[in-house]
Each structure stands twice: as C-alpha cells, then as structure tokens.
Design a protein around this ligand. Structure first.
Ligand code: HEC
Ligand code: HEC
Length: 205
C-alpha cells in the first residue's frame, strides 16, 4: 500500500502536466459512435492484424478516454508513427477525438480468453515493476495509465519493442521496456492478455 502511494506521487509529478491537461473529457458517446464508423474495419474486427509487421490491431473497448485522446493526438502530431493511424487522425478535430474516446471508453471490461504464446505464469513474476502504474492486473482506473488487461499479446509485445527501440518515445516506458528481453516481453504480454475484465472490441451488443 505504502509503495502504491509513493508510486502515485512520483507518477503525478512525472506525468501530471502532460496527460492531465487533456483530462477534461467532454466527449459525446453518441456522436462518437457515428465517427467511430471509419475505425471499425480494423478496430471492430476480432483478431484483425496490422499487415507488416504482423500484430493485432489494439482493442479499444473500455480503454481510458484520456489515453485514447492522447494516443490520437500523438499520431496526428507524428510523435507516434503509424501510417494508417496518421491517415485516420490527421483530419480529426479535438472534438472528434473526445467523442470517439467517450464512445470506446464506455464499454465495461469482460473476461475474454485470448490465445497467447508466452508464459503468463512467468510473466506474472516480471510485472512487479509495472503494477505501480498499470495496476497489478493491468486495470488501473487512473486514466493516466493505459489499461493492458485483455489487450492482445502481440500488440503489447510490439508496443514494448517500440519503446525499447525508441520508435515510440516515452522516457519512462523506454526504461521499463529496456529491462525486458524478447522472451520476457512475450511472457509479460501473455500475463496481461489473460487478465479478467479485459479490454474488448467496441461493439454494442
Ligand atoms: C487500417 C486499420 C486501422 C484503422 C482504419 C484505424 N486504426 Fe487505429 N490502429 C491501427 C493499428 C495497426 C494500431 C497500432 C499502431 C501502433 O503500433 O502504434 C492502431 C492504434 C490505435 C490507437 C492506439 C491504441 C493504444 O492502445 O495505444 C487508437 C486510440 C486508435 N488506433 C484509434 C483509432 C480510431 C479512433 C480510428 C478511426 C477514426 C482508427 N484507429 C482507425 C489500425 C487502424
Ligand atoms: C511510472 C509508470 C509506469 C510504469 C512503472 C510502467 N508503465 Fe507502461 N506506460 C506508462 C504510461 C504513462 C504509458 C502511456 C505512454 C504513451 O502514451 O506512450 C504506458 C504505456 C504502456 C504500454 C502501451 C499500451 C498501449 O495501449 O499502447 C505498454 C504495453 C506498457 N506500458 C507496459 C508496461 C510494462 C510491461 C511495464 C513493466 C515492465 C510498465 N508498462 C511499467 C506508465 C508506466
């Protein structure tokens, strides 16, 4: 518990100014549902993959709205590089981002069973360093930290590789990803992908 409090303080100091500044989510989920239509071909299809390199298109259902907006802004500004996501985010207004984020974030996590190739039990031993921010099970309710529970294993591995190589820049995550070997990344990803109340495909059903 004490450890958690310390982490929160450290993290509030490190990330407070950047991510909290977008936290005034004023999105309209109904408007967002319509705008999300163009995203469905990739984010609305179970096990849809990026063509090359091959990894799953991330699940957005139940993800924190603030994080979704921050991610879209990062693609739009070119801070996060991905050609089709740049294409999708390029012409979005701040309101579009907020609306879509309000729509995808409204879904409640479900217990999903995703196929994994890594060793989730081994991964559990490696995530002690991650829990202070992402939550022990990858489901921190603090919107500063993306939910990882139920995220596709291959996408988590890709994200960690990109932080490690510097393709995706985040000083804190670069440090944590650097500590992991390729195999450890797979194990950690298998652990998060297997957690309860995980992210889902945003779909009204
Ligand atoms: C052609 C397929 C495709 C389409 C269409 C698409 N995306 Fe994506 N999206 C991806 C892929 C692949 C990634 C992972 C990219 C990376 O590695 O950074 C991604 C990443 C994201 C992320 C970051 C998720 C995270 O966990 O960091 C968000 C948010 C997102 N997309 C939102 C959208 C929205 C909103 C739309 C529609 C306006 C959209 N995407 C349309 C393929 C697509
Ligand atoms: C000090 C806080 C902190 C710690 C500790 C931490 N993370 Fe993160 N993590 C973040 C933040 C903040 C982001 C969002 C950064 C961004 O926008 O790219 C993030 C992003 C991620 C992402 C990308 C999620 C997505 O949807 O794209 C993954 C995967 C991840 N972290 C895994 C881990 C793992 C595994 C560990 C432990 C080895 C860890 N993190 C430790 C703060 C942390």
């Amino acid at each position: 518990m004490k450890k958690k409090v310390l982490w929160s303080l450290l993290v509030a100091g490190l990330f407070g100014s950047s991510i909290l500044s977008v936290s005034q989510a004023a999105g309209d989920p109904e408007a967002g549902k319509k705008k999300y239509y163009t995203c469905e071909g990739c984010h609305g299809v179970e096990s849809s993959t990026n063509a090359y390199p091959t990894y799953h298109v991330p699940r957005l259902g139940g993800q924190h709205a603030d994080y979704v907006v921050a991610a879209l802004e990062a693609y739009q500004k070119g801070e996060r590089k991905h050609s089709s996501m740049l294409g999708n985010a390029a012409s979005m207004s701040e309101q579009d981002m907020q609306d879509i984020a309000a729509f995808v974030s409204k879904f409640k996590g479900l217990n999903v069973t995703l196929p994994v190739t890594g060793n989730a039990a081994a991964g559990k031993d490696k995530v002690a360093a991650c829990g202070g921010c992402h939550g022990e099970d990858g489901n921190n309710d603090n919107p500063m930290f993306p939910r990882l529970a139920g995220q596709y294993e291959s996408y988590i591995v890709k994200a960690l590789q990109d932080y490690k190589s510097g393709k995706r820049s985040n000083p804190m995550m670069a440090g944590f990803a650097a500590m992991l070997s390729d195999e450890e990344m797979k194990d950690v990803a298998a652990y998060y992908a297997s957690q309860k109340k995980g992210l889902i495909i945003p779909r009204d059903n």
